[in-house]
Design a protein around this ligand. Sequence first.
Ligand code: ADP
Ligand code: MG
Length: 276
Amino acid sequence: GEGLPRPEQTRVIVVANQKGGVGKTTTTVNLAASLALHGSRVLVIDLDPQGNASTALGIDHHAEVPSIYDVLVESKPLAEVVQPVPDVEGLFCAPATIDLAGAEIELVSLVARESRLQRAIQAYEQPLDYILIDCPPSLGLLTVNALVAGQEVLIPIQCEYYALEGLGQLLRNVDLVRGHLNPALHVSTILLTMYDGRTRLASQVAEEVRSHFGDEVLRTSIPRSVRISEAPSYGQTVLTYDPGSSGALSYFEAAREIALKGVGVSYDATRAHIGA
Ligand code: ADP
Ligand code: MG
């Protein structure tokens, strides 16, 4: 396929929203696959004890597999837990196992508890263009570790009632982490997910989000698509499961926007592969 521009330095993008079911995991794995399929080297860090991102990428994450828990709590080098994603060259995953559920508590008593992921990433020597971190649906120490480790926050927003509820708390946490621990952190990207343009509600929510966040909102939104929701049960992203589907094309367009933004090129929707 068509290549995408690669960043000069590794972009660490935190996919966060403390609401569950808004499309964090779906967005993480499908953007990561889009970027990798178009020439970038990408690592997905699964920071949700549910391990949904690991599952969706076809990565073994049963209880004995070396995982991000070992990195955060046992100080195991990240390189010792990273696995290549089958079928997608350049895509890698640091899986989450169920013991990560205990990490939220175990981290409390550890030294530098907020910056353990940041340190692990800094010590990782493999060249990468992107690291995408899939956060759990909470604002606890796991999400704080992601916010300390990243430069960018990507917030998926589902176009439904109460879409913006609770976002204030996430934004305040981003401000707190920026003020105290990570001056580079900023909300770089808002992505509208499960968008159904035929409903008044979805377009009203989209309008509200755009007036609130302006240029950070990607022009591309992700439609509701059965193919997107089916892909994880085959251990695949929609990019390999059904590359021609509207879901695959929209995630590729979103990835293209993100890649272009990163090298300072403005996105031209008229060149989009799908209707903008
Ligand atoms: P989160 O990680 O925020 O909890 P998920 O990415 O797991 O959210 O998505 C929640 C559910 O919605 C999953 O079952 C997923 O397959 C489904 N889903 C996500 N995005 C779409 C979409 N664009 N179209 C249809 N189903 C989707
Ligand atoms: Mg998830």
